[in-house]
Design a protein around this ligand. Structure first.
Ligand SMILES: [Zn+2]
Length: 370
């Protein structure tokens, strides 16, 4: 049997940016056999998430020179000592196609053991959020290889999924599994989704899969409202329409008083008061999009009190949500056209173009295929 080192190339290229909005440059970095607890993966596809764009444009702090990309899938090149199976217990071997959590943690700690919030562990770090100078350098999606680092959660991908269906699972889909879980959706309930970007479309589809009777989507972009009907949205409205007319239309479908849950995934804090206003008594409002600091908002707190509302925030997802995300996409891939959401493909040399197209929303999800 060949020694594992024989299969490992000497180096792999990474698309690096030196400062916000600076052009990307391709640079080779050395590769070595994965250390204990690590897995070396040859990247198949990396999709550009809205948070990659925020980082690249400098809206949130990200160390430079950096390598972005955290929605990644790849084929296992080599397994480090101690890694034999995925988080579900399935055996892992070189050649397996895998996804993994967008974050990794320092190990067992107060947040894992006491709070059951491993995703918020002190020292949690994310793929595509570290300086490229930090070893082992290959820890972002915009490159040829990536090391899955210790205390990540890995899942082997079933053959039935296309790369396009599989790549957004570890961020977009898993996040919306967590958001809809926080909304506590039950069979027959009604939901309003504020924002019909990728998160909103997955959110609508997941809400339907969780048994929602009615899903209403709000977005200012007509093309997105049109697309939303393919992802479980029953009625898509422009939130800039007359406020009274909007509330009337929402309540007509969410009788008698309003939706059971409202989900914010548009990243604009100014939409929050409208969502709070339309909720039924005892309803739940979930924040999933306002990830940038200083998302200031003024709202009538008396409404929260008088209507007995629940307000929830979701940032990162629990590892169990990654399994649920995969199972959701596998089970619903014939019902919703997830494959079509990845509508732009770019080589590693064209990361700059991909980023510009994604930022300008010329594509819904841009994919880098090294
Ligand atoms: Zn993301």
């Amino acid at each position: 049997m060949a020694s594992p080192e024989m299969n490992i190339p000497k180096q792999g290229r990474l698309a690096i940016y030196d400062a916000p909005n600076a052009p990307f440059r391709l640079e080779p970095y050395a590769l070595a056999a994965p250390a204990a607890g690590e897995v070396l993966v040859k990247i198949r596809m990396s999709t550009i998430c809205r948070s990659d764009i925020h980082s690249y444009q400098g809206h949130r702090p990200n160390p430079c020179p950096g390598v972005l990309g955290h929605e990644i899938i790849g084929d296992i090149v080599a397994l480090g000592k101690g890694v034999t199976q995925d988080m579900r217990g399935d055996a892992l071997a070189p050649g397996d196609r895998v996804t993994w959590s967008e974050y990794f943690i320092p190990g067992s700690n107060y947040y894992t053991e006491v709070l059951d919030l491993p995703q918020k562990s002190r020292g949690v770090d994310k793929y595509g959020h570290m300086a490229v100078t930090t070893a082992p350098h290959h820890h972002g999606g915009f490159g040829e290889y990536c090391y899955i680092l210790p205390h990540s959660w890995i899942l082997r991908l079933p053959d039935v999924l296309t790369d396009e269906e599989a790549t957004p699972i570890n961020c977009g889909v898993a996040t919306m599994i967590a958001v809809t879980e926080a909304a506590n959706l039950r069979i027959g309930q009604t939901v309003v989704v504020q924002g019909l970007g990728l998160l909103g479309l997955y959110g609508a589809a997941i809400a339907k899969a969780r048994g929602a009777r009615v899903v209403i989507g709000l977005d200012t972009v007509a093309a997105r409202r049109e697309l939303a009907y393919k992802f479980g949205v029953d009625l898509a409205l422009d939130p800039t329409m007359d406020r009274a007319a909007l509330l009337h239309e929402v309540r007509a479908l969410c009788r008698p008083e309003g939706p059971d849950a409202v989900i914010e995934v548009c990243g604009a804090p100014e939409v929050i008061p409208l969502g709070i206003e339309m909720l039924r008594t005892g309803g739940t409002y979930v924040l999933g999009g306002v990830v940038n600091p200083q998302a200031m908002v003024t709202l009538d707190a008396n409404l929260l009190l008088k209507k007995l509302l629940t307000l929830r925030g979701v940032h990162n997802y629990h590892p169990r949500n990654l399994i649920e995300a995969l199972d959701f996409v596998v089970a619903n891939r014939m019902r919703f056209p997830f494959h079509d959401l990845v509508d732009g493909k770019y080589s590693l040399d064209n990361v700059g173009t991909a980023m510009a197209d994604a930022a300008a929303r010329r594509v819904l999800r841009a994919a880098i295929t090294p």
